[in-house]
Design a binder for this molecule. Structure first.
Ligand SMILES: Nc1ncnc2c1ncn2[C@@H]1O[C@H](COP(=O)(O)OP(=O)(O)OP(=O)(O)O)[C@@H](O)[C@H]1O
Ligand SMILES: [Mg+2]
Length: 262
């Protein structure tokens, strides 16, 4: 459904004489309909740049990105983004924040029943008239996810959405997203630093490597669904985790003597 074909992104260097940054080089990947794809890789390998290009925020320097065979030339309502920070409007209630996307998209009356259905789905019944500062970080991020999903997007783009949360809340949010996605099944591109999170959530884990950013591996995660937190305790989960960590480790650290053949 989303095709990224031979995409390169070069940013001009900042300052006099600075050389350009090749953020991504010759990236090719396909996101199939209804697929949950995790993207991991060392800092600076171009994960956010890739996500922003699919969102239509920035154009590729060369190559093509298309959705259902039409080139992506800018942002569109069928592609919504959830960032690391929830970016809610501080003066609007939970209900009004969730409704905001619909309000921006059309002038028609807000379907408040649908908004309330999302309030229920994200477990915030009783908090619908609270302001963002009256919610915990996890609750705020659930509002941001509801605000994205109420647009009924074809693809949900998430850039380290749980990266700012503590470990316990993060684990709760992973289960929350697994449950929600089980019923919605839209296509998801999920960028994370956390290999366990990538394996737990993804149908596939795309491993990127830095300088310049490339796709290094594309690992299908053949673990049955529904998955829950204790999926992480299974031997097959640990196998995937070890495989993916070994791909990333070599990008961050020089190989240790034990990794080298004798
Ligand atoms: N607007 C920009 N101008 C210049 N260089 C940029 C710009 N955006 C990103 N870059 C560079 O492109 C490379 C990839 O950056 P990007 O933010 O996509 O990496 P990332 O994988 O998301 O990293 P992190 O894991 O730290 O979020 C980096 O070297 C970065 O400095
Ligand atoms: Mg990033």
């Amino acid at each position: 459904m989303i095709e990224v074909q031979n995409v390169t992104k070069v940013f001009p260097g900042h300052g006099k004489g600075a050389s350009p940054v090749i953020a991504l080089k010759n990236i090719t990947m396909t996101l199939h309909e209804g697929e949950f794809v995790s993207v991991v890789g060392a800092s600076g390998c171009g994960k956010t740049t890739l996500l922003h290009m699919i969102a239509g925020f920035v154009p590729p320097t060369s190559g093509l990105i298309s959705l259902d065979e039409r080139p992506i030339l800018g942002p569109g309502v069928e592609r919504v983004v959830v960032f690391q920070q929830p970016t809610l409007y501080p003066w609007l209630s939970v209900r009004k924040n969730i409704a905001l996307g619909l309000r921006l998209r059309s002038r028609r009356k807000i379907p408040w029943d649908t908004v309330d259905e999302y309030v229920r789905r994200i477990g915030l019944v009783g908090f619908e008239n609270h302001l963002p500062h009256q919610l915990s970080g996890g609750m705020q991020q659930r509002v941001a996810i509801a605000r994205a999903l109420i647009m009924n997007p074809k693809i949900l783009l998430m850039d380290e959405p749980f990266g700012a949360l503590d470990a316990q809340t993060r684990s709760e949010m992973q289960e929350f997203l697994l449950d929600l996605w089980q019923s919605i099944r839209c296509t998801v591109l999920f960028v994370t630093h956390d290999v366990e999170e990538a394996v737990l959530l993804g149908d596939r884990v795309v491993v990127m490597s830095p300088r310049p950013g490339r796709v290094k591996e594309d690992v299908p995660i053949d673990i049955h669904r529904p998955r829950t937190w204790d999926t992480q305790l299974s031997p097959e989960f640990l196998r995937y985790k070890r495989e993916i960590l070994s791909h990333i480790r070599h990008d961050v650290l020089p190989p240790s003597p034990v990794d080298q053949p004798i």
